[in-house]
Design a protein around this ligand. Structure first.
Ligand code: LLP
Length: 438
């Protein structure tokens, strides 16, 4: 993937940096981000919109991996930023993110979180439900402050990995139902409000999607609604946000499409409908998360111990696991791995790579093919850039790994490894009560 290669010592290199050097300098487990690949992915989306002559915003859905350093890179690449909590918004402010490019999502934004968004004068709030409409009205009136908003809807399309289905009514906790009048009701509550400026509509139809039809269907459904608002209320939406969900290759079974395939599909439906109904072409916004950071991330582990279950399998255990990547345990997600310090040796030993957490399900890869394992080997699992660190936990009080960025032969710490003191930083010993400190 990306800038990965093998050097003269038979070691895996990323961004021109030897992974064995990263492991010895920063320890393991460590997540290494190939920043050139992140930039290339961001550019591929932006360029395809530019070439197609479509006004667009590409927002990084930062729930996939949120940190000040990645926000700094996203900012450099001219991306907008999708945040989903006060915590992500706070991180964005600390990264000096241009506030007008921040979009705030979430199905239960608190009063404080919304007020924080107003305080920061962010680019837009994606309104999810009726309670939020009330809160935003209250805050904007109290502050006499304008806010751009998108209305999030569930268009009744469910994207699956290789296909999609349409449902009359989608059972989702997010957004207003497009088919049963909820969306119109939300629009009517918002569009004439003195401080609320409805930019348009938003939907997100799923994640790790490998086909374009579901986006076409969603775009068509949203455009249809926009066209009825033009007819009935003389109201024009200037933004159509079609969310994220573009699939990536975790294993050879996955067949991702080029960004251009999705962009073309979106452009085709939008231009045919705007032509047909003489509607001004809206800006298209998208929100990729996984497809920007997923394959840019590689996790390096050290192999410590093993267990043979005769006739069944050999487990090799590494120094991380579900605490730094819960996706295999949670979703049965599949990954590939290599022996990073012996890349030129045949990878023909079948093993199960297990983590070190006290849970039988803590297996990172059920069936991995590695060089004949030797304790101390450096094991690299690929495509761990999205929803790994961001979903990491301190289960078993394991410290969260370090995160290192590499680019052009240089490496830099982006998140330091947690220490044991970090682990206990919120603990309050009962003995403090006796000493009168509480
Ligand atoms: N926009 C919205 C409104 C979303 O809810 C999401 C993801 C995205 C954009 C970005 O989707 P992406 O391009 O990354 O597929 N934890 C799961 C994925 C959860 C996705 C949640 N929403 C996983 O590890 O597979």
């Amino acid at each position: 993937y990306g800038t990965q290669s093998i050097n003269e010592n038979g070691h895996l290199t990323i961004g021109g940096v030897d992974t064995a050097d990263i492991a010895s300098e920063y320890g393991t487990p460590v997540i290494v981000y190939d920043i050139a690949l992140f930039r290339a992915r961001a550019n591929a989306f932006k360029e395809t919109f530019r070439k197609a002559g479509i006004r667009a915003q590409v927002a990084y859905a930062s729930k996939a991996f949120s940190s000040i350093a990645i926000y700094e890179i996203a900012k450099e690449e001219g991306l907008s930023l999708d945040v989903v909590s006060g915590g992500e918004l706070y991180t964005a402010t600390k990264a000096g993110y241009p506030r007008e490019r921040i979009h705030f999502h979430g199905n239960n934004k608190s009063y404080e979180e919304l007020e924080f968004a107003f305080e920061e004068s962010i680019g837009c709030i994606v309104i999810d439900n009726f309670s939020e409409i009330d809160l935003i009205k209250e805050i904007s009136e109290k502050r006499k402050q304008k806010m751009d908003v998108l209305i999030r809807v569930t268009p009744g399309v469910e994207a699956h990995t290789h296909s999609y289905i349409t449902t009359g009514q989608e059972d989702s906790k997010f957004g207003f139902d497009l088919k049963n009048g909820q969306t119109d009701e939300a629009f009517l509550k918002l569009y004439q409000h003195p401080y609320i400026n409805v930019l348009g509509m938003h939907c997100h139809i799923g994640s790790q999607i490998f086909e374009t039809e579901s986006f076409r269907f969603a775009a068509e459904a949203l455009m249809t609604k926009m066209i009825t608002w033009q007819k009935e209320y003389d109201f024009i939406c200037t933004v159509l946000n079609l969310g994220g969900g573009f699939g990536i290759r975790y294993t050879e079974e996955d067949k991702p499409l080029e960004p251009s395939a999705y962009v073309k599909e979106m452009a085709t439906i939008v231009s045919s409908m705007t032509d047909k109904y003489n509607y001004p072409i809206p800006e298209i916004w998208i929100e990729p998360g996984r497809s920007l950071v997923g394959d840019a991330g590689t996790t390096l582990y050290t192999y410590g111990s093993s267990k043979i279950v005769p006739g069944v399998r050999t487990y090799i255990a590494v120094d991380g696991g579900m605490s730094d990547n819960i996706r295999p345990a949670l979703y049965g997600a599949k990954y590939t791995a290599v022996t990073a310090n012996r890349m030129n040796e045949p990878h023909s030993t079948k093993v199960t790579i297990a983590g070190k957490c006290c849970e039988s399900g803590d297996k990172l890869i059920e069936e991995a093919f590695l060089a004949t394992p030797v304790e101390g080997d450096l094991i690299a699992t690929f495509c761990t850039g999205a929803y790994s660190y961001s979903m990491a936990s301190n289960y078993n009080r394991l410290p969260k790994p370090a995160v290192v960025f590499v680019e052009n032969g240089k490496h830099q710490l982006a998140i330091r490894r947690e220490t044991y003191d970090d682990i206990i930083r919120l603990d309050i010993p009962l003995s403090n009560v006796e000493s009168g400190e509480v």
